[in-house]
Design a binder for this molecule. Structure first.
Ligand code: SF4
Ligand code: SF4
Length: 304
């Protein structure tokens, strides 16, 4: 059985990536499970999504215990303990991280002399963010070697159809780039050992509770700080319209879950280094004084 886990943040398309990979496995004749696992369910919060795929029935349930492959789409998750990127790593586990740093650096940092690969982050890293799930799916499919490109592509097109033709084309292009980049390692990831007792019928399955800290906003746990520019994860930008704003700033400022709206001279000011673009302020403003712009368009225009 293949056991594969993706790590990313809300908004990266990680859950969709697991669905793409699961659908592609299914098209190749596998039995499949795929499931996302959330803590705080909002943009920017850590999440993981797992896929089990087997030629026979799958009787395992719950979180993966010994993944064959872990794909980390966002290297800033590595020091976040609640993200659990190292959970269940076994000697046979392959670890792929999307990073500008080469694999040798990550092997040293992780004290894993082998089975660590790096997938270079694209030059247009920001624009790449919503497509990380597609990239992760293509990378995993290439590494297991049991999925053809046509099967992966068909699954991808089907899963992202609802996002429009443009997103579909971009997803496919970025997935293909990852697929090609990992050609030297095609088929490196093998199926992991059987974890259930002889006979394959678990009889009873324990599903342990996750740590409570998993659900905590990771900006409040150790090893994160103001130096972590969480605004990088934003795909949409809230913009305050001064003419409409009544200065009732306790509303938007208090309800911003990231504390990214300060009050200056009685007026709200958004800290774009740390605003994740969740849209809460847009929803709660009683005067409709905050609108949303697509982040890449906002960046192409005037900077705040
Ligand atoms: S809630 Fe709306 S109107 Fe009130 S201060 Fe914030 S942006 Fe302005
Ligand atoms: S400023 Fe608005 S969009 Fe940004 S994090 Fe706060 S509530 Fe969310």
């Amino acid at each position: 059985m293949y056991r594969i886990r993706f790590h990313g943040r809300g908004g990266h398309g990680i859950k969709t990536g697991a669905r793409i990979l699961g659908s592609a496995f299914f098209a190749e004749g596998f039995e499949v499970q795929d499931a996302p696992r959330y803590g705080a369910e909002r943009r920017g919060a850590p999440l993981d999504a797992s896929v089990r795929a087997s030629r026979g029935p799958i009787r395992e349930r719950g979180a993966l215990r010994a993944p064959d492959l872990v794909v980390v789409a966002d290297e800033t998750l590595i020091p976040v303990r609640s993200a659990g990127v190292a959970a269940g790593l076994a000697a046979h586990t392959w670890f792929l991280i999307r990073s500008a740093a080469p694999a040798a650096v990550w092997r040293e940092r992780m004290a894993r002399p082998e089975r660590v690969l790096a997938l270079a982050a694209a030059a247009d890293e920001r624009a790449e963010l919503p497509f990380l799930g597609s990239i992760a799916a293509a990378a995993a499919a290439r590494l297991v070697g049991a999925i053809s490109w046509p099967a992966l592509e068909a699954a991808l097109v089907r899963e992202v159809a609802g996002f429009g033709a443009g997103a579909q084309a971009e997803s496919r292009a970025r997935a293909r780039t990852a697929w090609d980049a990992l050609a030297p390692h095609a088929g490196a990831v093998g199926e992991g050992p059987e974890l259930l007792t002889a006979g394959g019928d678990p009889g009873w399955i324990d599903l342990p509770l996750d740590l409570a800290e998993r659900a905590a906003p990771d900006v409040r746990v150790p090893l994160t700080s103001l130096e972590v520019k969480t605004g990088l994860w934003r795909t949409q930008r809230p913009v305050i319209e001064p003419d409409r704003c009544h200065g009732c700033a306790w509303i938007c400022s208090s309800l911003c879950p990231d504390g990214a709206i300060a009050i200056a001279g009685g007026r709200p000011v958004i800290d774009y280094d740390h605003c994740k673009g969740c849209g809460v302020c847009v929803a709660v403003c009683p005067h409709h004084a905050i609108h949303v712009e697509r982040e890449e368009l906002a960046r192409a225009g005037a900077q705040p």
